[in-house]
Design a binder for this molecule. Structure first.
Ligand code: ATP
Length: 500
């Protein structure tokens, strides 16, 4: 039965009974019959005759066979090492007890989506020979106060029951998206969330190293800063492990893992694919291998080739090619917009453009592909400003040619504003070294506008200085619909303009 029906019934039935009693209908026989049916139902449930209840259904679905090992997780060497060390608390529990060390109750995995946090929790269960019970924070969020708390209780009960049934000493409870229930408590409005979180804290406080099975809660989030401090204090989730986006070596490793069951042509160079897949998460890399296999099957060939993998990268990065037909005027605007980005990119980072294309992909009507970048972890103010200028290039070009912008720049602006925010937080603006709470919204807006207007001005000026390149590239792009990096740089050389 869908959960909402059950919860609507819980709300509706008492009101109906009161109403019928109010209008003078004798409710006693009906209530006795309901109690008898309820009792019969409970007896059957206890005997295992019928499986009922959203919680048990849900938990049964979630108890995935945790056969995954740490070797099947690509990269993440530090995170895996830290996690293994933490898990030794569970394995070496006798020693831990001897020294009077309190048990480790919670491990928090933090990092961007798709980086393998769930995989790590499953591997942890395998490593410690535990049963694995999983749930997601959003499953505990309900309209009615107390339902979420009840589900937390069920989850812990289920973990204990399953461990007893499977004769295991340990159970790992994995809660994904913990931020949904574990966000900072502000009192008042959020009673349901508070009760759910309180229940989780109570359950965690009730974990003892001497009890059997020993429980360990692993939670995952990509918004650690949102979590209530009560969750993070010692004795709760006091081990924090960062699960980051993979670097090039880790990307190659992940690609190799997912290529294991696929027919790869001997010429395929996964190292090169890993280089091109800069900034991809593990989940996106898995998707690249999968999409490449689909392209191979579609072409009715036996083996995955490099070209299939390159196409798959484009698809994962920008979405599937769509057959949206745009009119000539719209096509020209898109070409101008994309060339604005491409010229700025080539001016500030010579050799960086791989391709400019007019073919519609995903939601975009055109795109610029960049050559793989070096791994980089620190950014200078100049680098960030150049990045903003590349993002503003599209809107600046539209202004030059048409005297106004279109809706096609909204993502570029969002990207630019995010970079400005990073600059502010890093003390790279005229606001100085500040905490964002020290500054009023007006001050932030003023600084943001000043930076963006200034960079927009510089972008337009650079594009105007390179107008001949612009006009020639536009002609080619409008007829060919594609402009390779080499063709593009040829325009730079022929028009005898030097990158700034
Ligand atoms: P979310 O935060 O969105 O829940 P997550 O970090 O929990 O994501 P997972 O669910 O563990 O990510 O990963 C999703 C899929 O991506 C996995 O099933 C796997 O196919 C692939 N994947 C992610 N990271 C790795 C990795 N390090 N090695 C191998 N495969 C990976």
């Amino acid at each position: 039965m869908p959960r909402w029906i059950k919860e609507a019934a819980i709300g509706f039935v008492p009101v109906l009974i009161l109403f019928l009693a109010f209008v003078g209908i004798n409710m006693v026989p009906l209530l006795i019959a309901a109690v008898l049916i309820g009792a019969l139902f409970m007896v059957l449930k206890m005997k295992g005759g019928i499986a009922v209840g959203a919680a048990s259904d849900r938990n049964r679905k979630k108890v995935a066979p945790a056969k995954l090992t740490f070797e099947e997780i690509g990269g993440q060497e530090n995170a895996k090492q830290e996690l293994r060390e933490a898990l030794d608390f569970l394995i070496r529990h006798e020693e831990i007890q001897k020294f009077g060390i309190r048990p480790l109750k919670g491990i928090l995995l933090t990092g961007p989506p798709g980086t393998g946090k769930t995989l790590m929790a499953k591997a942890a269960a395998h490593y410690t020979n535990s049963v694995f019970v999983a749930a997601s924070g959003s499953e505990f969020v309900e309209m009615y106060v107390g339902v979420g708390a009840g589900r937390i209780r069920d989850l812990f009960k289920d973990a204990r029951n399953r461990a007893a049934k499977e004769n295991k000493q340990n159970a790992i409870i994995f809660i994904d998206e913990i931020d949904v229930i574990g966000g900072k408590r502000e009192g008042g409005q959020q009673r349901e969330y508070d009760q759910t979180l309180n229940q989780l804290l109570t359950e965690m406080d009730g974990i003892y190293s001497s009890e059997s099975p020993r429980l360990l809660v692993i939670a995952a989030t990509n918004r650690k800063e949102m979590l209530d401090s009560a969750l993070l204090r010692p004795g709760r989730f006091d081990r924090h492990i960062q699960v980051d986006l993979p670097d090039k070596k880790a990307r190659t490793h992940i690609l190799n893992l997912h290529a294991g069951n696929k027919p790869l042509h001997p010429d395929v160079d996964l190292d090169k694919i890993a280089e091109e897949a800069y900034g991809f998460s593990g989940a996106q890399l898995e998707s690249v291998m999968n999409e490449a296999a689909i392209y191979t099957m579609r072409e009715s060939v036996d083996m995955i080739r490099q070209s299939h993998l390159s196409m798959a990268i484009d698809k994962v990065m920008m979405g599937e090619r769509s057959d949206r037909e745009s009119n000539l005027e719209e096509k020209k605007r898109v070409a101008i917009h994309e060339l604005g980005h491409a010229i700025m990119a080539e001016l500030v980072r010579p050799g960086s453009v791989k391709q400019v294309a007019l073919s519609p992909r995903g939601k975009a009507l055109g795109y610029v592909r960049h050559n793989p970048q070096q791994e980089q972890y620190l950014y200078t103010k100049t680098f960030l400003e150049e990045q903003i200028m590349i993002a503003l290039g599209g809107a600046a070009a539209e202004e030059i040619y048409y005297g106004g912008r279109s809706t096609g720049s909204s993502n570029d602006f969002e990207q630019s504003i995010n970079i400005v925010e990073t600059m502010m937080k890093s003390g790279l603006t005229s606001l100085g070294i500040v905490n964002m709470n020290m500054v009023t919204t007006e001050e932030l807006m003023k600084e943001n506008n000043q930076i963006l207007e200034n960079l927009m001005g510089q972008t337009k000026q650079l594009l105007l200085q390179n107008r001949p390149i612009f006009d020639h590239s536009l002609d080619i792009l409008m007829t060919e619909e594609i402009l390779s990096g080499e063709q593009f740089r040829c325009q730079f050389r022929e028009n005898a303009l030097q990158p700034a």
